[in-house]
Ligand binder design. Structure first.
Ligand code: FEO
Length: 404
């Protein structure tokens, strides 16, 4: 059975939801599912913007067949060919062999690399600023390299103000009927998944997102709809989400607040993390979030690290090094280019505490534009009352630094 929704009078969402996939990119948990968005324009020509993951191809085909009826599919615009969007290209070509494919040179190269058999079909290569007309609708193609792969572009329909934004402005989470961001309580129910999606998938490429935002800035008053490849379509309050993207891609925290990420083997480092959280709250710093790195998927830790201004790393020493799961979290922060945060450290070690120095070295040498507070809580196996002064000093230093 088809399942489509109108975006505008002649533009339809023809994508699908997926609640079966557990790990997006085989890494990131998606307990709320994910949507793969594709859009069909019924103009004088019929145009499909992107396809979907192979797992939901059948739904895409039913949707397109329902809307096309006896009409042919004239064009397939591929903004982003990563297989979660491009895997169904070949099936579209099999069903509508006369369709003309519009995409970038790199995208066609990747399609061939992935084995999507596009040769033998008309492939129209476009580049930055090229235009095309489908009847009453005129579109302009805009390069969006590294948002999220190098071949990506976005398409702007100058007739109705629809921006097909590819991976930009996307989110984890299945739509489940609610196509538009204004049909959900986005700030309550979606923002955490949107942040987790952006920071983990495209976080590394902040400067490229900034470049795209700059291009969008030039036509901001003309953009009426943002149609991403995952998550809700935006038609109201676009500034809210653009502002979030701006902050995330500049690596600026959204909020003053403290993330305490602890690695604890027997509960003693955890107890110290909790004691610090309580001490901070006692001092009036209540935007405090405590996570066990061993049972929190790193994608959530990354997302929270992008949200908050201060990060406390509390780690046992393990094989004279940083606890491996904590080290993995730090490696993700490095890979995703997080910057401009203030760190504080709690170390623990029963005979040779090393984790504090090692974490400090990692933050200072491997991450960019980070500050590490001088105050450090150093534990020998467990937190005891003789460390009350150090705990107090650490909480005071964090509070003071947040006031700046
Ligand atoms: Fe949703 Fe970069 O693909």
């Amino acid at each position: 059975m088809y399942c489509v929704r109108n975006v505008t009078e002649d533009l339809y969402w023809v994508g699908a939801n997926d609640h079966r996939l557990h790990l997006f990119e085989n890494i990131h948990p998606i307990p709320r599912g994910v949507s793969y968005n594709a859009y069909l324009l019924l103009d004088e020509k019929t145009v499909l913007f992107d396809t979907v993951d192979w797992s939901v191809c059948r739904q895409l085909l039913e949707n397109i067949e329902h809307l096309l009826g006896e009409r042919p599919l004239d064009y397939l615009v591929i903004n982003h060919m990563e297989p979660d969007h491009g895997a169904s290209i070949e099936e579209i070509l099999l069903r509508w062999p006369e369709v003309k494919i519009i995409s970038t040179e790199k995208a066609f190269m990747f399609m061939r690399q992935f084995g999507f058999r596009v040769d033998g079909h008309e492939c129209i290569e476009v580049k930055e600023g090229d235009g095309y007309t489908f009847g009453k609708h005129n579109v302009t193609f805009v390069g969006a390299p590294m948002v999220h792969w190098p071949e990506a572009m976005v398409t702007f329909d100058t007739t109705n103000g629809v921006l097909f934004s590819a991976d930009a402005f996307g989110s984890f989470g299945a739509l489940d009927g609610k196509l538009f961001a204004d049909e959900v309580n986005f700030d309550r129910d979606w923002i955490d998944d949107a942040r987790r999606y952006l920071t983990n998938i495209v976080g590394k490429y902040g400067p490229h997102i900034q470049l795209l935002l700059k291009k969008a800035g030039g036509i901001l008053d003309q953009i009426k709809y943002i149609c991403p490849l995952h998550g809700p379509v935006w038609r109201k309050d676009l500034g809210y989400f653009i502002d979030k993207y701006d902050k995330w891609s500049r690596y600026e925290p959204e909020e003053k607040g403290v993330l305490i990420a602890y690695a604890s083997m027997y509960g003693n480092t955890e107890a110290a993390a909790q004691a610090l959280a309580a001490k901070l709250c006692e001092k009036g710093v209540t935007n405090v979030w405590v996570y066990d790195v061993s049972n929190t998927h790193v994608s959530y830790l990354v997302s929270e690290s992008f949200r908050l201004s201060h990060i406390v790393l509390a780690s046992v020493t393990y094989n004279l090094g940083i606890y491996p799961v904590m080290h993995d979290y730090l490696m993700h922060l490095k890979g995703l280019n997080l910057q401009n945060r203030t760190f504080a450290l709690i170390e623990n070690g029963s005979w040779a505490p090393k984790s504090g120095d090692l974490m400090q070295k990692f933050v200072e040498d491997e991450l960019k534009n980070m500050t590490v507070l001088n105050e450090r809580l150093s534990l020998a196996s467990a937190l005891h009352p003789d460390k009350a002064g150090e705990l107090e000093a650490l909480a005071d230093a964090i509070k003071e630094s947040m006031a700046n």
